[in-house]
Design a binder for this molecule. Structure first.
Ligand code: HEC
Length: 111
């Protein structure tokens, strides 16, 4: 009985033993999402873009927050899908949502 208890507690002991008490600083500064448009943009970005451009940084795709790409080029990239990036039709991603996303990317750049 004692032994099984110990066995059951073992993962817990190991887990707590291996973590540090110090809280790490969040790597990215938190963004100021202060309008409904940005909130929608963030949501759409997470849904459509974040898996390849995590947080606007390099992932499967290039970083997009580190350069001042004009809005129309971002939109062109999304609609036409140059290179390895898939194209997003306006049925999949309506214009107003894309507009929210570009607004959100501008905020990412200010980070
Ligand atoms: C399946 C992965 C994937 C998804 C999803 C994706 N991208 Fe990309 N993206 C890429 C890749 C790969 C590239 C590099 C394309 C190339 O070969 O030139 C890229 C390039 C870009 C570029 C050009 C960057 C540059 O330096 O020229 C922009 C802007 C961009 N993506 C925006 C977006 C936005 C906005 C979304 C969401 C609507 C999105 N991407 C979703 C993979 C993705």
């Amino acid at each position: 009985m004692r032994f099984t208890l110990l066995l059951a507690a073992l993962p817990l002991i190991l887990l707590t033993g291996c973590t540090t008490a110090r809280q790490r600083e969040p790597i990215a500064k938190s963004l100021r999402i202060d309008s409904p448009k940005l909130l929608r943009g963030e949501k759409a970005y997470m849904h459509y873009c974040d898996k390849c451009h995590p947080g606007g940084d390099t992932g499967l795709g290039f970083a997009i927050k580190n350069k001042p790409l004009p809005e129309f080029l971002v939109e062109l990239q999304v609609r036409v899908g140059l290179g390895a990036m898939p194209a997003f039709s306006d049925e999949l991603l309506p214009d107003d949502q894309l507009d929210d996303i570009t607004e959100y990317i501008k905020l990412l750049r200010k980070q």
